[in-house]
Design a protein around this ligand. Structure first.
Ligand SMILES: NC(=O)c1ccc[n+]([C@@H]2O[C@H](COP(=O)([O-])OP(=O)(O)OC[C@H]3O[C@@H](n4cnc5c(N)ncnc54)[C@H](O)[C@@H]3O)[C@@H](O)[C@H]2O)c1
Length: 306
């Protein structure tokens, strides 16, 4: 492929993606504002060129895209609980920031822009229901609403300007270098520091879990098999209740018990993506088993926590 820009490359998924692209022979550029969620230490030892800038800085975006063969746009505010407390930053970064990325790509004539989205744009799945690429958005929290709005901009740029854009949605990622505020790192830290894990409500909401290494492989495949207008889904097909995952973390941390705390507002019962089309199109399937991936993740988080 050549030169690829990753926005948000100092974050959790981004830093794994930079490893994946660089390992596959691409020359990688990273543009990242290094918010509380980004850390250049995540990229130590991984070849890349770094642009320290906010998405709102159009000149920096254009410079980072200049001469690139493609970009994958991951930079975002990503934590649902923060979006409930302070939604403004989510719309500034996830919506206005995506508009800035689309405008910069248009200005430099970027040949491929892959936008990263989430299963949360669909809202809650009913039992047995899984969302296909063309299903309707019904976001259930401000983070999901900002990601749905960002998707709308991507579709509008495709429709209005014929922009060479495509979109990938994935399910909950887990793995090393995730911020300690997120579920599995947070539960690991609670087990280590307090000897017990407090979950939101009864823990009945169900999520699908995808190893970050598998997600990064899928994103690389989606860029290499780029088709303007394509919408791909990456799922682990590994659905569990939050309580079951917390209990697995507790067991790995020496038997820490799981107890219920206050429920989180806007919690959706389940998220589920139908990824059959993308598995066939991309020739992709997850390679990391959940037990093995969770054990490695918990070990990494335990070293970082406290
Ligand atoms: N983590 C998941 O389970 C998951 C699941 C589905 C989709 N996604 C999407 O994947 C992408 C990456 O998620 P993540 O978990 O790695 O997030 P993260 O919070 O770990 O990383 C986000 C990165 O973006 C950077 N950033 C934030 N605001 C910025 C701004 N205004 N300008 C430039 N850089 C900025 C941060 O510094 C950080 O490095 C996001 O778009 C998210 O919506 C994540």
């Amino acid at each position: 492929m050549g030169v690829v820009l990753v926005t948000g490359g100092a974050g959790f998924i981004g830093s794994q993606l930079v490893r994946e692209l660089s390992g596959a022979g691409h020359r990688v550029r990273v543009l990242d504002a290094l918010t509380y969620a980004g850390d250049r230490a995540h990229l130590i030892g991984v070849p890349h060129e770094f642009f320290h800038a906010d998405l709102q800085d159009g000149a920096a975006l254009r410079a980072a895209m200049d001469g690139a063969d493609g970009a994958i746009h991951l930079a975002a505010e990503s934590h649902v609980s923060r979006s409930l407390a302070s939604p403004g930053a989510f719309f500034a970064t996830n919506v206005e920031g995506t508009r800035a990325v689309l405008e910069a790509a248009q200005a430099v004539g970027l040949p491929r822009l892959l936008h990263m989205s989430t299963d949360e744009v669909f809202g809650a799945a009913l039992p047995g229901q899984s969302f296909g690429p063309g299903d309707r958005h019904r976001p259930g929290n401000p983070y999901a609403a900002s990601k749905a709005a960002a998707e709308s901009l991507v579709f509008a740029w495709r429709h209005s300007f014929g922009a060479p854009v495509a979109l990938v949605r994935c399910t909950n990622n887990y793995g090393p270098r995730q911020h300690l505020e997120k579920a599995i790192p947070c539960w690991t830290a609670m087990a280590k520091n307090n000897g017990l894990i407090v979950i939101h409500g009864d823990g009945s909401p169900r999520r699908d879990w995808l190893a970050v290494e598998d997600c990064a492989r899928g994103l690389r495949r989606a860029l290499e098999a780029f088709e303007p207008g394509a919408v791909d889904h990456l799922a682990g097909r590994n659905e569990r209740s939050n309580r079951a995952v917390a209990e697995a973390v507790g067991a790995l941390m020496g038997g820490a018990p799981v107890v219920s705390g206050p429920a989180r507002p806007g919690q959706d019962a389940a998220y589920r993506l139908d990824d059959r089309h993308s598995r066939a199109r991309l020739g992709w399937r997850p390679q990391v088993g959940f037990a093995e991936g969770l054990a490695a993740t918990v070990a990494w988080c335990a070293r970082r926590a406290g």
